[in-house]
Design a protein around this ligand. Structure first.
Ligand SMILES: C/C(NCc1cnc(C)nc1N)=C(/S)[C@H](O)COP(=O)(O)OP(=O)(O)O
Ligand SMILES: [Mg+2]
Length: 558
């Protein structure tokens, strides 16, 4: 087989550790898919649609650090844009690869299928430029290697998605071979004078401040600075809180850990701890309207230092040109060891007594039983909805992972993203909390979990509608058609599947269902938990009121 452009791409994916890529076939990408299939180290995983394909790749990137999705032109790629925009929002390097029209058609004035019916096919590239850090179109062999390398290296460096389209007649055209490529995060050639100034300013700022506290944000993972953050906390002896989207990105078993800081819906004692501090160090935060509870939990003033992935802001000065990891490591080295500041550990806010076994299932009882599933090997996905707030109530053992999509917040993300994550992290226990409304957007990917015999445990929370939206602003639009969610498993199984669907209405039924789920190693188990619509967390209600008020601000009349 001639060494072709498709093989060059395959070698690059192999070199950066993308063992599995996700795909949906289309006539523009079939030759390319053959090229990728011919690579001994690459495995091709098929999805039900391109939206789910892009989310599966996003979930794989959460497990492996980088991922790839292969789709067809127009109808495929545009469906994938939601998962790619989500990967951008969540700082995940996903390489979206689209088959494309024959290069001879470019500029031909011809109208092609899967386009919007204009003779200019650029609409796709223009759209992808808005949601990726690098977007390239390959219509010739000569520039193929440099474009592929540019897109991949930029995605790895910026921890953002990239886009590559390859004309269908170029994928198998002869091409030169690549040299080596590593996924090492190219450390910024940092600006030593800027870093030194940032360190001096920080040490000066810390002088005389008795109650420093560290708040870890969700970009700490993309910044690859989780270990330096732990080392700094230990050197400073200061208490540590995490922002909601960063839960599990700082070990909750660490003696410095105090809980989730989420404004008025923080863990008990945490908001008071932050408000009493005279030195708040935010590490890799994301401040948006949801994470600041309608801009109320928004840091400001001289007591706040914000260290972002590539710059530090302190006392009205911005220091940039170095990585967060470099800054934290250097700061830890320069600081004197401080004794651990003893502050009351946040009392575990959530430890309800078990409900009577035959009582109607409650949200608290369901969450209490899910807590018992949390082990160091557990990866829990919490979908947008009251699942966010239930997840915040859990105590996570060290190495347990909680995956959230709190910036993009696309309901339905959790099922396909979990599918990709489970493909990328075999050997872990995969658990999803997903609401009935979200599930209806991407349910098909449960059938791929069945196809690959993935023992994912799915808690399908059937509270009859969009409860988070009801908490923000109710109306008929929050009601949805009920499904027999557990019954879907028979549909998805067809003649050869081992998926298990269980309906539970009491604590005892849930307990039995979880035992069955743990025993089902041949496929996913969907446990449909029936809850009353008004049985949601108190924190969701409080948060919803604030978000509603923020959304409802009157227009500033000029
Ligand atoms: C409709 C919407 N958000 C708006 C929305 C609409 N469309 C997309 C793609 N993403 C979104 N976040 C949301 S959060 C629903 O309450 C989710 O309902 P469900 O999954 O059932 O969870 P809860 O009942 O716990 O809220
Ligand atoms: Mg619901």
């Amino acid at each position: 087989m001639t060494y072709a452009v498709g093989m060059y791409l395959a070698d690059r994916l192999d070199q950066i550790g993308v063992e599995h890529h996700f795909a949906v076939a289309g006539d523009y990408n079939l030759i390319l898919l053959d090229q990728l299939l011919s690579h001994a180290n690459l495995k091709q995983i098929y999805c039900s649609n391109e939206l789910n394909c892009s989310f599966a790749a996003e979930g794989y990137a959460r497990a492996r650090g980088v991922a790839a999705a292969v789709v067809t032109f127009g109808v495929g790629a545009l469906s994938a844009t939601n998962g790619i925009a989500g990967a951008y929002a969540e700082n995940l390097p996903v390489i979206l690869i689209s088959g494309a029209p024959n290069s001879n058609d470019q500029g031909s004035g011809r109208i092609l299928h899967h386009t919007i019916g204009k003779t200019d096919y650029n609409f796709q590239l223009e759209m992808m430029r808005q949601i990726t850090c690098a977007a390239v179109e390959i219509n010739d062999v000569a520039t193929a290697p440099e474009k592929i390398d540019y897109a991949i290296r930029t995605a790895l460096a910026e921890r953002k998605p990239a886009y590559i389209s390859i004309a269908c007649n170029i994928a198998d055209a002869p091409c030169l071979r690549p040299g080596p490529m590593t996924t090492r995060h190219p450390s910024l050639n940092y600006d030593r004078s800027s870093l030194a100034a940032a360190l001096d300013a920080t040490l000066d700022w810390l002088k005389g401040r008795e109650k420093p506290v560290i708040i870890v944000g969700s970009k700490i993972r993309a910044a690859q600075a989780q270990k330096p953050a732990i080392a700094l906390a230990e050197r400073m002896g200061s208490p540590v809180a995490v922002m909601a989207a960063a839960k599990s990105l700082f070990p909750e078993t660490h003696p410095s850990f105090r809980g989730v800081y989420w404004g008025l819906v923080s863990d008990p004692g945490v908001e008071e701890l932050i408000n009493a501090s005279d030195a708040v160090l935010y590490l890799a935060p994301v401040f948006n309207d949801f994470s600041t509870v309608g801009w109320h939990a928004m840091p400001h003033g001289e007591n706040v230092l914000v260290a972002d992935p590539d710059h530090v802001t302190l006392c009205q000065t911005r220091y940039d040109g170095f990585s967060l990891a470099a800054y934290l490591e250097a700061l830890t080295t320069r600081l004197e060891q401080r004794d651990a500041i003893v502050s009351p550990a946040a009392p575990r806010s959530f430890s309800p007594a078990p409900t009577p076994p035959d009582a109607p299932l409650t949200n608290d009882e369901m969450t209490r039983q899910i807590q018992e599933l949390m082990t160091p090997e557990t990866t829990l996905f919490a979908e947008t909805g009251d699942s966010w707030f239930n997840a915040m109530r859990l105590s996570l053992p060290e190495h347990a992972r909680l995956e959230l999509e709190m910036q993009w917040g696309h309901i339905g993300w959790s099922i396909p993203s979990m599918f990709g994550n489970a493909i990328g992290s075999p050997g872990r226990r995969h658990v999803v909390m997903v609401g009935d409304g979200s599930f209806q957007l991407t349910a098909q990917e449960v059938s791929q979990m069945i196809r690959h015999k993935l023992p994912v445990i799915i808690f399908l929370i059937n509270n009859r509608g969009y409860v988070i939206e009801i908490a923000i602003h109710d109306g008929p639009y929050n009601e949805i058609k009920n499904w027999d969610y557990a019954g879907l498993m028979d549909v998805f199984n067809a003649e050869d599947g081992h998926g298990l669907g269980l309906h539970v209405k009491t604590g005892a039924e849930l307990d039995a269902a979880i035992r069955q789920a743990l025993a089902n190693k041949e496929g996913p188990t969907l446990i449909e938990c029936a809850l009353e619509q008004d049985d949601c967390t108190k924190t969701l209600r409080e948060w919803g009121l604030q978000v509603s008020a923020t959304n409802g601000r009157r227009a500033q009349l000029l």
